[in-house]
Design a protein around this ligand. Structure first.
Ligand code: NAP
Ligand code: ZN
Ligand code: ZN
Length: 350
């Protein structure tokens, strides 16, 4: 049986930089391998703001942002085997990929070279625009849907679908764990998940924040140390300290200074996606055989692994639940680094 959920309520940016407003968007009929999800909560990622304001270019409008989606399955297509009506599920940053390239075959769908489909601000295989999670319902292929374990509340789980996996993947890839000194730059949505996950993995965790304003929170989240990057003495005190630094900063950073904080053979992994390029003095990586790398979200299998890891360790995100009519105000607060630590939209208010 298929139902055509032709038009569903959503919040959209009608044009680049315009405030988000209530509207309706089309959802496709539930196909053979699709699940229809009743969205309960959607997190606000800084990437939503970059894109709603066309900071990365090539934005498609009207744009319904949202790629931290948590909800409940209310209908399944006839070919669906992994989910049933009533299941608690999540959807992250992409809803399809080519399924054939070497990266898709390895479960690294986020690096698909055959044409992946982002959850919003993209065109699907039929050329139709995709609309994200600031909405009441979404139809997604079961292969791009993950299960939210019992023990994680849906509101605190939603931000894991982007913020959680974006930190889990590099922390695992670069072996954060016992005996490793890990720094997280920026204590926002991504950064606070980085602190929780790196701590749960057994690493010694340091927060590098602009100020000491959120120090008590950082230590409560699991950090062992907390420094202000506005204080030049921090860079002298911590020179040569870290095995791994993950930067979650949404603006261009002076990377040379941060590379100076690595040990020999250390890695600085950037996950922030600023709108402007950065400059680099290559001597910062030559001395000390250092790595400057990037990382983007995570694959479906690893996203499920991350959700199970968070459930086992008993944590989700720290959230501030908002109504849909507070989205624009929440965007301003994120831009002012005034978020503790993820805004989550209650979809019932859309
Ligand atoms: P967020 O909640 O705004 O956190 C970013 C944090 O960076 C802020 O809380 C602030 O922390 C720090 N910061 C902001 N401006 C700064 C500046 N000018 N100088 C130094 N520090 C600054 O944003 P988010 O949702 O975590 O996202 C962070 C970035 O990652 C965005 O660019 C987003 O697009 C990107 N992103 C990338 C991926 C990926 O796959 N690679 C996935 C999701 C998001 P303090 O107040 O502690 O200094
Ligand atoms: Zn995101
Ligand atoms: Zn692929």
């Amino acid at each position: 049986m298929t139902t055509n959920v032709s038009s569903v309520p959503a919040y959209a940016a009608p044009a680049a930089g315009a405030p988000l407003e209530r509207t309706t968007v089309p959802r496709r009929a539930v196909g053979e391998h699709d699940v229809l999800i009743d969205i309960k909560y959607a997190g606000i990622c800084h990437s939503d703001i970059h894109q709603a304001r066309d900071g990365w270019g090539k934005g498609i409008y009207p744009m319904v942002p949202g790629h931290e989606i948590a909800g409940v399955v209310t209908e399944v297509g006839p070919g669906v085997t992994r989910f049933a009506v009533g299941d608690r599920v999540g959807v992250g940053c992409f809803v399809d990929s080519c399924r054939e390239c070497e990266y898709c075959r390895q479960g690294l769908e986020q690096y698909c070279t055959g044409g992946g489909t982002a959850t919003y601000n993209a065109l699907d295989k039929n050329g139709e625009p995709t609309y994200g999670g600031y909405s009441t319902h979404i139809v997604v292929d079961e292969n791009y849907t993950v299960r939210i374990p019992e023990g994680l509340s849906l509101d605190q789980a939603a931000p894991l679908l982007c913020a959680g996996i974006t930190l889990y993947s590099p922390l695992r890839h670069w072996n954060a764990g016992p005996g490793k000194k890990v720094a997280v730059v920026g204590l926002g949505g991504l950064g606070h998940m980085g602190v929780k996950i790196a701590h749960a993995l057994g690493a010694e965790v340091t927060v590098l924040s602009q100020t000491l304003r959120k120090k008590d929170d950082g230590l409560a989240l699991g950090a062992d140390h907390y420094y202000a990057t506005s204080d030049e003495a921090t860079f002298e005190a911590l020179a040569g300290t870290f095995d791994l630094i993950v930067s979650t900063v949404s603006a261009p950073l002076p990377f040379d200074k941060y590379l100076g904080l690595l040990k020999t053979d250390g890695a600085l992994v950037n996950v922030g996606a600023p709108e402007e390029p950065v400059s680099l003095n290559l001597f910062s990586v030559i001395g000390g055989r250092k790595t400057l790398a990037g990382s983007m979200i995570g694959g479906i299998r690893e996203t499920q692994e991350m959700l199970d890891f968070c459930a086992e360790h008993g944590f989700g995100a720290e959230i501030e639940l908002i109504r849909a009519d507070q989205i624009n105000e929440a965007y301003e607060r994120v831009l002012a680094s005034d978020v503790r630590y993820r805004f989550v939209i209650d979809a019932a208010t859309i």
